[in-house]
Design a protein around this ligand. Structure first.
Ligand code: DGJ
Length: 734
């Protein structure tokens, strides 16, 4: 049993293989958090928070003269605004009479095998043999508000998901002003660091680590998408935690819109982590009997450092979040024409790229932006998903037949959520744009955002996109989103419900994705938002890979992919070899190195193959061969970060190890060559200490035990020249 309840003590214990989560129905029925960490060996943690009289911390009325019980210091599971907890809360409800304090007490609970799918939302799924769910019902007797807390325990995956279903069981309407998904309290917060992942377009998910301090550290987005600027994933870890040691907690939001992730250290050094939909501009009407389900947060705990934490998320997301027929399959090696041609292409040019690509072993051509309407630039046609016959005289089917005849698959680009002013769709439906009344609206990349909260918009997109997908043998979709949301107002909702639009937008996107992925189960969907602007667990439920960044410079990508790897598995990270000088940075990196870096993800190319030299084509051939050889190791293997590119600007290294630990691939990039340089030792991880591994290095065949490799390290041969890379394949000798 992953979940147990001790009725006598009122203690719930959620157990995974290497973690334990405890909570207790405390005095007056408040649900108190006790502990989250390594297995506790049978003890419970009520003793950790002895009652203390704290001034300026109020006491519930029932406490009478006992000043030692206060919500302001209680470790809570789902704190609500207004009842004496002055820290960040999860819930704020505005009632009909203008009051907004909620006082939640335990009412009942149930434990059941399996996990239910939340309607309209992505989630971490699992069968009855994989997951067990605890639902704890809390209620406010005075206002009739109920909160059903959901805890799903994935025992073998060492993960727990949390969400809340908030229900108005009263006879009066109420408004939900704040509805977070998760709160994690700890009594001794000073010992932690917090890691967040900030960024910008073309430089996403930079790791930023800082000690917690009194007050709040917040990572958030009010951009309508999870954003390039902050990722909905935070880590809390021991101050001395590293890749292989220390206690680490992760919170990953399974959601793609506005979010907040807050870390608060209070006056008594208690720590509170909260995560959920951003309360800014959130105002959800709850009529009597209605309920609101928050998106879920996936929590993992690791005593084996940050690397251990990442590998838990990778396994969970590979097997219990990503779905569809491509989840466990080798993804086709693709060539995307964006950086090859931008908008300047036609059927013959695409066929030329595909022909050259097919000769080198590449398997799919992805036709990017520019194939529809009259889109020769980014100022028009979004919304008009009909083929530009000038560019593609044979239509999509004609192009597809020519591509297929080369033995290649064809993929296509869409930006479904957007609309250009210069489009047929805009001329017919100006009210389908998200825009406040009387305003012209803010343009971004010359475009506006469609009101995805409207059913008819989703219906239109479903029929337009599915007509395209049916019109030819299209086997891949790149789903882009190239601006953020502002002037958010829906012509379909009354004034009092405009606070619902941001979330309804995301629900609309999910519903369109759900319908399309269900209707086209064999099509591989890749998410994208100006690169990695919506790289989150919500999108991964629909698209098993996401274009990681518009920055294709291999040296910059080392950092971007490093940051991304903290939560997201390599199989989800779209990564391509592009031309040099690189279009974003002007840097020139050897072709081989570009391949080594791109191979740490869903591998492909993004250049005009016909312009490559014979030598570069030879390199493509061997990269394609290498990826075909190592795809399972990269997709299913354990990932180890061997260096931190934010701290080590000299060289970078990472490693994949097969689940049975018999194979490993070590990847090394010398970033900055030095004269008379010290030898670089790489310390592989995750090998079997007793096993013997063969490998070739510096032209010589070698044999060492796993222990020797891991303890003694592997000296890298001297390399001359910046940005050179080498890989070492380790194979167990049986
Ligand atoms: C942004 C994407 O990230 C690029 O790869 C490309 O698809 C462009 N949009 C096309 O407009």
């Amino acid at each position: 049993m992953a979940i147990t309840f001790d009725g006598q003590a009122g203690v719930f214990i959620l157990r995974t293989r290497r973690s334990e989560y405890q909570m207790q129905i405390g005095r007056f029925g408040y649900l108190q958090h006790l502990y989250y960490g390594s297995p506790a060996g049978g003890s419970t943690f009520g003793y950790r928070t002895p009652p203390v009289d704290r001034s300026f911390s109020g006491n519930p009325y029932e406490a009478g003269k006992d000043r030692t019980f206060s919500l302001d210091v209680l470790l809570q599971e789902y704190p609500a605004f207004g009842s004496g907890d002055f820290r960040e809360t999860c819930l704020r409800v505005l009632y009909q009479d203008g009051s907004s304090d909620t006082d939640l007490r335990y009412r009942s609970h149930s434990i059941r095998p399996g996990k239910q799918k939340p309607q309209g939302l992505p989630y971490v799924y699992g069968g009855e043999d994989e997951v067990e769910t605890l639902e704890i019902l809390l209620a406010d007797e005075k206002t009739g508000l109920e909160v059903a807390l959901q805890y799903a325990v994935f025992e073998d995956r060492d993960a727990i998901t949390r969400s809340a279903v908030i229900r108005n069981a009263s006879a009066q309407p109420a408004r939900l002003l704040r509805a977070l998904s998760c709160c994690l309290d700890a009594p001794d917060g000073e010992r932690f660091d917090v890691i967040t992942f900030y960024g910008r377009h073309a430089m996403e998910r930079s790791e930023e680590r800082t000690p917690v301090r009194h007050g709040k550290i917040v990572a958030d987005s009010i951009r309508g998408a999870s954003s390039h600027q902050q990722n909905p994933f935070v880590v809390l870890c021991d101050r001395n935690a590293g890749e292989d040691c220390g206690r680490c907690y992760g919170l990953s939001f399974v959601y793609s819109g506005n979010f907040t992730a807050g870390v608060e250290l209070d006056q008594f050094n208690a720590l509170r982590l909260t995560m959920g939909i951003h309360p800014e501009a959130f105002d959800w009407q709850l009529l009597p009997g209605e309920s609101f389900t928050t998106p879920e947060v996936a929590l993992c705990y690791s005593e084996e450092g940050l690397g251990g934490l990442s590998r838990r998320y990778h396994r969970l997301y590979r097997k219990n979040l990503c779905r569809g027929s491509w989840r466990d399959k080798r993804r086709p090696i693709l060539v995307n024409n964006w950086e090859a041609t931008y908008f300047r292409f036609d059927e013959d040019k695409l066929v030329e790229i595909a022909r050259e690509a097919s000769e080198l072993g590449i398997e799919m051509l992805v036709m990017d932006d520019g194939w529809f309407g009259k889109r020769d630039g980014d100022t028009c046609s979004l919304g008009d998903w009909t083929v530009d016959a000038g560019k593609l005289p044979g239509g999509l089917d004609g192009l597809c037949r020519r591509i297929n005849a080369l033995g290649m698959k064809l993929g296509i680009w869409f930006e479904p959520e957007m609309i250009s002013e210069d489009s047929q769709l805009y001329r017919e439906h100006p009210d389908w744009v998200l825009r406040s009344p009387g305003r012209d609206g803010v343009r971004s990349r010359y475009q506006f955002v469609l009101d995805m909260s409207r059913g008819e918009v989703v219906d239109y997109l479903y029929s337009a996109l599915s007509a395209v997908l049916r019109s030819a043998n299209l086997e891949y979709v790149k789903w882009d989103m190239n601006r953020h949301l502002c002037n958010v107002w829906s012509a379909q909702l009354p004034a009092g419900r405009q606070g619902e639009v941001y979330h309804r937008y995301v629900l609309g996107v999910y519903s369109l994705l759900e319908r399309l992925t269900a209707a086209f189960p064999d099509v591989l969907f890749e998410g994208c938002s100006g690169g990695g602007g919506r790289f989150d667990a919500g999108m991964l439920y629909y698209t098993p890979q996401i274009w990681c960044s518009d920055n294709t410079d291999a040296i910059e990508r080392i950092k971007i992919q490093y940051g991304t790897s903290f939560c997201y598995p390599a199989s989800t990270i779209g990564a391509h070899v592009s031309a040099c000088p690189n279009h974003q940075t002007g840097r020139t990196v050897p072709f081989h190195t570009r391949g080594v870096v791109a191979m740490a993800g869903a591998f492909g190319y993004e250049l005009d193959i016909s312009k490559l030299t014979a030598e570069e084509k030879e390199e493509v051939r061997s990269q394609v061969e290498a990826f075909k050889k190592h795809h399972a190791l990269i997709r299913e293997g354990d990932y180890y970060r061997l260096t931190n590119p934010f701290q080590n600007s000299r060289y970078a290294a990472w490693q994949f190890v097969s689940p049975d630990r018999a194979h490993a691939l070590l990847c090394y990039v010398l970033i900055h060559a030095q004269a008379s340089a010290p030898v670089v030792y790489l310390y592989p991880r995750g090998l079997l200490p007793e096993a013997r591994y063969t490998f070739e290095l510096g032209g010589e065949s070698q044999l060492l035990t796993g222990a020797a490799l891991m303890q003694g390290g592997l000296p890298m041969p001297r390399i001359r020249g910046d940005y050179r890379a080498l890989t070492v394949e380790l194979e167990q000798v049986l």
